[in-house]
Design a protein around this ligand. Structure first.
Ligand SMILES: Cc1ncc(COP(=O)(O)O)c(C=O)c1O
Length: 341
């Protein structure tokens, strides 16, 4: 009864099978294999546009390489204060960019406050060369609070990016969950909304270790392959990452898995909403709720696993995944509802 993280969920069997199938014989290394070519083709079809695609094994690598493409060492990256990039990557974006500055922006429910962002940018430049050059806006979709930027919000972000001539990056560690939540087209949620670079996550949604950096803006890709190599993320046996990503996209497996995870979260929300306080809107597969400490202790005794949110004693995070079992969700909801009676 694990609700701790989608990172703890198993690999989907189809993806595991794809790794085994890719193991038949020899293949060219360093990305010059048929699996990697096929993944690029699939991405270009899916997003209905040209794009440069780098299969990678971690989201931190995807985010960091993205930053090196668009942010010089003297530049700055604007992101939400709780963005993975800012809070959970141990300075990797600063390291890989050679010292760029991260500027954390506040905002409710894990999303950048767009007025605060515009306000910040409108005041930059007054110190001339004494200040870092705003270069990139990075948003997380879904956000770290489990919320999703709407298409209207993305449109506003695009206008800000254009107003200040910046590059727009999307950390899509849970991209599929966000896409299912909005129910829109992939192109609409990305390049049509001004996204230049996407960290496309698959690991949390059923892959073993498979992420990709997808770049839609051809002006950013000139030295992308060297930058990947310099970062230590040019994988010699890339076929095994690409094979996972191909299986992930095949027959909409990625969307089916994400939809299941989102449905489980919605089901939990609907069955407990009458008595439980939810800290953020439930829009995808991560849920944050406040419960009496005694209830939290009892849930632990009953074998439910989850995180108590750092800095609090009574806010828990529940993460639902492709492998979440509906019966476990019912048991959890039932236990909470009975205890709060
Ligand atoms: C929002 C977000 N971005 C990126 C990542 C990528 O992390 P990792 O480098 O562990 O793959 C994560 C993983 O927790 C995440 O939640």
């Amino acid at each position: 009864m694990n609700f701790r993280s989608d990172n703890e969920a198993p690999i989907h069997q189809e993806i595991l099978n794809a790794i085994i199938e890719a193991n038949a014989g020899f293949e060219e290394s360093y990305g010059y294999d048929k699996f990697s070519d096929h993944f690029t083709e699939q991405c270009q079809q899916l997003f209905q546009c040209w794009c440069e695609v780098l299969p990678l094994t971690t989201g931190t690598a995807a985010n960091s390489i993205a930053m090196t493409l668009a942010c010089p060492p003297y530049g700055s990256i604007l992101c939400h204060e709780h963005a993975h990039l800012n809070a959970d990557e141990c300075g990797a974006p600063e390291f890989f960019t050679g010292g760029a500055k991260l500027i954390p922006i506040k905002g409710d429910h894990g999303k950048i406050d767009l007025n605060a962002l515009d306000n910040y940018l409108s005041h930059t430049g007054v110190h001339g060369e004494h200040e870092s050059l705003p270069s990139v806006i990075s948003i997380t979709q879904c956000s770290e609070a489990g919320t999703v930027y709407s298409l209207a919000e993305l449109e506003q972000l695009k206008a800000i990016k254009q107003k200040y001539n910046l590059t727009l990056h999307m950390d899509g560690a849970r991209f599929a969950n966000a896409l299912c939540s909005l129910g829109c087209d992939v192109a609409e949620m990305t390049w049509k909304s001004g996204i230049d670079m996407l960290s496309f996550g698959a690991t949390k949604n059923g892959a073993m270790m498979a992420e990709a950096l997808i770049v839609f803006n051809p002006h950013l890709t000139k030295e992308i392959k060297r930058l990947r190599k310099r970062s230590g993320h040019l994988i010699s046996k890339m076929r095994f990452v690409s094979a996972q990503l191909n299986a992930y996209l095949k027959d909409d497996l990625w969307l089916k898995m994400a939809q299941h995870a989102n449905d489980m979260a919605q089901h939990f929300h609907q069955t407990t909403n009458a008595k439980v306080k939810f800290i953020h809107p439930v829009e995808a597969n991560e849920v944050f709720c406040q419960l009496p400490v005694t209830v939290i202790e009892q849930l632990r005794i009953e074998g439910f696993e989850f995180h108590v949110w750092p800095g609090s004693t009574d806010i828990i995070r529940l993460v639902f995944s492709h492998a979440t079992n509906a019966e476990d969700v019912n048991r959890l909801a039932q236990s909470i509802m009975q205890q709060i009676d």
